[in-house]
Ligand binder design. Sequence first.
Ligand SMILES: C[S@@+](CC[C@H](N)C(=O)[O-])C[C@H]1O[C@@H](n2cnc3c(N)ncnc32)[C@H](O)[C@@H]1O
Length: 247
Amino acid sequence: MNRFKHRMNEKEIKNRVRKMFGAISPRYDLLNRIMSMRRDVYWRREIVKHLPVDSRTVLDIATGTGDLAIEIARRSPEISVYGIDFVPEMLNIARQKTKNLDYKRRIEYLLNDAMHLSFADDSFDAVTIAFGIRNIPDRLGAIKEMVRVVRPGGKILVLEMTYPGSTGMRRFFKLYLNRIMPWIGGLISCNFKAYRYLPDSILGFLHPDELSSLMTKAGMEHVCAYPLTFGITYIHEGIVMNGSSLH
Ligand SMILES: C[S@@+](CC[C@H](N)C(=O)[O-])C[C@H]1O[C@@H](n2cnc3c(N)ncnc32)[C@H](O)[C@@H]1O
């Protein structure tokens, strides 16, 4: 038996993430609601409040089943949203959820890889990404790509779960992630592997300060982080100063 744990390269991680979200897509929304006790709905509402008031075009990266893209279009009648994801099964569900909405014409979904966006430089007033950056191995590269497509003065907003700072909450959260989440997720999705990966990806994710530093390194200014729900989730925001000219 091989005693050395195989370390996956970027391509292998991407394939694994693609396969996993493809497999759990039919139950993804239900599981989000149950496992976060509907906090995910509140978190997405909060991030929309951070969009600049004069935004007209927003790109939602790793849009999945479209919940954030839909929330942005629902709350802001002037905004058109592009939602991109690299898993067709997730996008199919997003399209189904959107097709009967009054504001469906302001939402478009595209199959795209966050690392190689098919948009011109400075195309958007803002970029959002909810629970996506954690699944992308080259985070700095992904953030630089976001910076490229945002116009100078535009905003990047990252919503992500993290490991909370306070010891009590950390203990509870670790127990929940390691013991409870894999069982609920595994039973409902019939995919125990996926719901072992997800807690690991949260526990192994960056500290909020490290994510702030990455955003600054990628060329953003006025980077701020806002904790939500005892710090288990954060909104990070930053302003793009020179956008595409940086890269
Ligand atoms: C946890 S889901 C989040 C979905 C949605 N944003 C939400 O709020 O529920 C993560 C999503 O990131 C997508 N994803 C991961 N890596 C990606 C990449 N390199 N390019 C595009 N999408 C990616 C996955 O396919 C998945 O739909």
